[in-house]
Design a protein around this ligand. Structure first.
Ligand code: TMP
Length: 407
């Protein structure tokens, strides 16, 4: 019997995305024979309400010292975190005077560099040393490693309790989510907030954006599941904010009882989630059928373009698109190259299907006839950079929320 990673309840397998390589495992040709493969299947528990991976590769394989994802590479994400920091601090909701901001998974310091530059006490916990070093160079106080109850206790004894524990796109990565519960409980001040944001299950289901599912995203949360999870340490869900980041995310605000009244957004979102069926296995069985149809349609569209002699490339060498390419069986015969601006990915190949990753500088005349948006969540930013592409007859293609050419 499959069990929920959190409460050990019965897990029903609802989706099978086949054998997959690591989403972010971009590789050189010489490493083609050495890829790590695992079975990407998802389950749902009607007890914890957590949608989760059945198997997850070892965390050390994913968040190693050479981990290539840098949050600051996208201008939109940099701006997002800068505004957010200002909202937290100048909005007065988070006490910074005598307070402490702790960020789990501070990446390259995209958020905490603003605390560092304003002299606000903070600690960033980051398991991937490469990106952690970048943060350190920006003046961020970084602890190397994963956030565990022991790390929480040591932060508390060195720096006191946290008035804000923040995590962006990190909680959904943590397989042993219960270890976070203990750490948060030990570290959170009575007037503190735990705030975290992750890709939102409601968006994934509604937009059939199954590319949010890959090795690093062991959970896709909903307000329903977050409320149930953190109730176990007595925290209350007091606010939720739907965000556009990563193609649809949710920011959850949790606090100790009595600290603050839950805002109407909580009841409203919980009601919407019941209406969408995020509490029910059946919803995810239907979702799986939609995923199969979407992948089939994408492959058929690409085959059609290629059989008409058209050149197709992709834009954005994302971890997300690894799931799509490998599940739908899309390789270099259908997509000849993937353009990307990330220095460390250029010259490598996409995981599993081995499409070459080329510098975005090469995205120029003669343009590909069609360009698949591997980074569809950044489509506005990308399309804005290349206004001449469509004028020259190029067409952008996406699979979200259904397979279509983007006007
Ligand atoms: P993400 O969706 O995980 O943030 O990844 C976005 C990827 O797309 C990342 O590899 C960088 C790439 N990218 C570009 O190459 N050019 C761009 O203008 C943007 C916004 C992203």
């Amino acid at each position: 019997m499959l069990k929920c990673r959190s409460d050990g309840s019965t897990l029903t397998k609802v989706l099978d995305l086949g054998s997959q390589p690591l989403g972010n495992g971009f590789l050189a040709q010489s490493d083609f024979g050495n890829e790590f493969w695992y079975s990407l299947t998802c389950g749902f528990s009607e007890s914890s309400l957590l949608f989760q991976l059945v198997d997850q590769p070892d965390a050390g394989l994913m968040f190693h010292d050479n981990y290539k994802f840098q949050s600051s590479t996208s201008q939109a994400m940099s701006t997002h975190f800068e505004r957010l920091f200002d909202d937290f601090v100048s909005g007065g909701r988070v006490r910074v005077d005598g307070g402490l901001i702790v960020e789990l998974g501070c990446n390259d310091g995209v958020f905490l560099r603003h605390a560092a530059s304003q002299g606000i006490r903070h600690v960033g916990v980051e398991p991937s040393r490469g990106v952690g070093e970048v943060a350190r160079d920006l003046g961020v106080n970084v602890l190397d490693g994963f956030f565990t109850p022991e790390v929480a206790h040591s932060i508390q004894s060195d720096s006191g309790k946290a008035t804000l524990i923040y995590a962006a796109n990190v909680m959904c990565h943590i397989s042993d989510i219960d270890s976070i519960l203990g750490g948060v409980d030990a570290l959170l001040a009575d007037d503190g907030f735990l705030v975290f944001e992750d890709p939102y299950l409601g968006d994934v289901v509604q937009k059939v954006s199954y590319d949010q599912i890959y090795d690093e995203h062991v959970f896709l949360f909903s307000a329903l599941s977050v409320q149930r999870l953190f109730n176990r340490i007595g925290l209350e869900l007091v606010d939720v904010e739907h965000l556009d980041t990563h193609g649809g995310s949710m920011r959850y605000w949790l606090a100790r009882p009595g600290h603050t009244q839950p805002l109407p957004s909580v009841a409203k979102t919980l009601k919407q989630e019941y209406e969408l069926g995020l509490h029910s296995t059946e919803t995810f069985v239907n979702f799986a059928a939609n995923v199969a149809q979407s992948a089939e349609m994408l492959r058929a569209t690409l085959e059609d373009l290629r059989s008409n002699g058209l050149r197709v490339s992709a834009f954005g060498a994302t971890s997300k698109s690894t799931t799509v390419y490998n599940y739908a069986g899309i390789g270099p015969t259908l997509i000849e190259s993937v353009f990307d601006n990330t220095e460390s990915k250029i010259g490598l190949y996409t995981p599993g299907v081995h499409i070459p990753v080329v510098s975005d500088i090469e995205f120029k005349v003669p343009y590909p006839d069609t360009t698949f948006l591997g980074a569809w969540n950044h489509s506005v930013e990308i399309q804005r950079k290349y206004p001449e592409y469509e004028l020259q007859g190029g067409r952008w293609l996406t699979h979200v929320p259904d397979v279509h050419f983007v006007p």
